[in-house]
Design a protein around this ligand. Sequence first.
Ligand code: ACM
Ligand code: ZN
Length: 633
Amino acid sequence: MKNIFKLFAVFTFLSGFVFIGCDEIFEKEAPVGEVNLIPEPLSVQRKDGSYELEDDTRFYLTSDNEQLKKAAVIFAGYINRSSSFQLKPEYNKNAKGDECIIVSLNTDTARYGTEGYSLKVTQDKIRIEAATPAGAFYAMQTLRQLFPPELEDTTFIADEWNIPAVEIFDKPQFHWRGQLFDVSRHFHPIELVKKNIDYLARYKMNVYHLHLTDDQGWRIEVKKYPKLTEIGAWRVDYNDMGWWERPDQKPGDTATYGGFYTQEQIKDLVKYAADRFITILPEIDVPGHSQAIIASYPEVSCDGRQYYVATGGVKKDNTVCPGKERTFEFLEGVLDEVIPLFPGKYFHIGGDECNKSQWEKCPDCQRRIKEEGLKDEHELQSYFIRRMEKIVNKHGKVLIGWDEILEGGLAPNATVMSWRGEKGGIASARMGHDVVMSPNHYCYLDLKQGNPELEPSYGYSRLLITKAYSYAPLPDALTKEEQKHILGVQGNLWGEFIRDEVAFNYMLFPRLLAVAEVGWTPKDMRHWNEFVPRLEYNLTRLKNMGIGYAPSMYNVNVEVLGNGELALSTERGGLPIHYTLDGTEPVASSPVYNTPLKITKDNVLKAAAFKGGERKGRITTFVLKKEDENKKD
Ligand code: ACM
Ligand code: ZN
């Protein structure tokens, strides 16, 4: 078929005819992919030549395994979308020969573990080996990254793809490589949630933590308690105001902004994730962050008054009441419906930032403290979490909570997600509890990615990608034995400022790639300068996918030195910085920054980094402030 197209195209060219639609017929030859993988595999050897994947390539699976078949169909889908041919997986127990991809499962778990693989690309064929379908799926993700970035461009149809010859052996350091998405602060369509799952699969991440409930919205259908979604999923739309400035809902206001996922949608989502070897970790955040609950069912609050779903901000009077037995009956009813929807081993119960001022005034809470012989409200929280743990354990699951669940005593079988730095994680590991590291200074993807003056109004504070990339999830403070309790690492995309896909993409990328590598590749193999070219190759992929990632690492930072001179740098490093002093836009022919600059108060410095003559990142503008001028004097 393709040859006919080619002949027809040549004829059209020679005859000088203008042929309408000819662009669609020309099949483009893709360049050879490069070896720029994220996360970096344990071992990669580049070999001579490349393999040409084209319409005569067969795709054999030597095991008749359902999960493997699904993985292969998903992989073929990536290729077929941008190819003039259709790759189709076939079961063939004794597959051999050339011009094929052969995927085999064996029982060598000592070599491959549960997620490892080997991938050999020669000029004749591609061989994948793993002990599990998950390992084979990750090999296919690696293979996918060996294709040139044009594979991601859905307008690009190739009739052959050239994959560099390599020999790769790989397995992850951690079995928990997670990302949280907060769908409470803003509700997001299931399509975006699925895209997020696709992104995780691409970078070999395997836990998707859905923060399903918070003060600003309850997002999952519970048939026994319909008001959770009739009332709790909706708030008054104050999106035209800043998150912190919004008034509370008042009687008579209509709450129209929000949404929720039905149980059917959740089941479909769980399956979608499982097909990509991703476990969804659901979070129902209690006893704090519960204003959407008590707005729906005030009888489980301390004072039973009328509450409203929060419109924004940080709430105080937002707890369920651990003094009332009805609270536990209610939560058990909720969990009895929600937990079975998610087949993973863990259930996240939140437990963070619980403001206990209501408990101090509540007669039921105070009675509970007395009757149970508890010391204070911290121990009351611990009592609450232990009761939650009983419900979670009843379903055969392990309770996981934010590190505040340590306060007042940790529940007996709990796993801890350490977010307020590593302290809670270290303490928990020392007590023999498992831990997921997610310290905010390294893992919070809702923090701005650069100089706030150049960043859009998503997020707060700062987490640079270099810092995210530098994270070592195994704290030196722990012994080797204690370190075994560190299950892995997780990046958290909190949602206060994530209203749409544009904001989502900007905040998630490119830092997600750093988190992915932190979870997969041992720390001693990770070096920023070696990550940069791999990252940039992947940025081209993201661009082809239409993802507006943050260019912050290219932005020029200005530091005023002690003598008043200006030092210019980028987080990325190694690129020429061009600048002007007259307020005009810097271009590739503007002067290059070499040594610290002296400027006067009449100058307007504009600077930007360039690569291959093209500006990267935004333009930094700088004028001397009074105190900087003084420095100069
Ligand atoms: C959290 O960031 N409150 C877990
Ligand atoms: Zn109470």
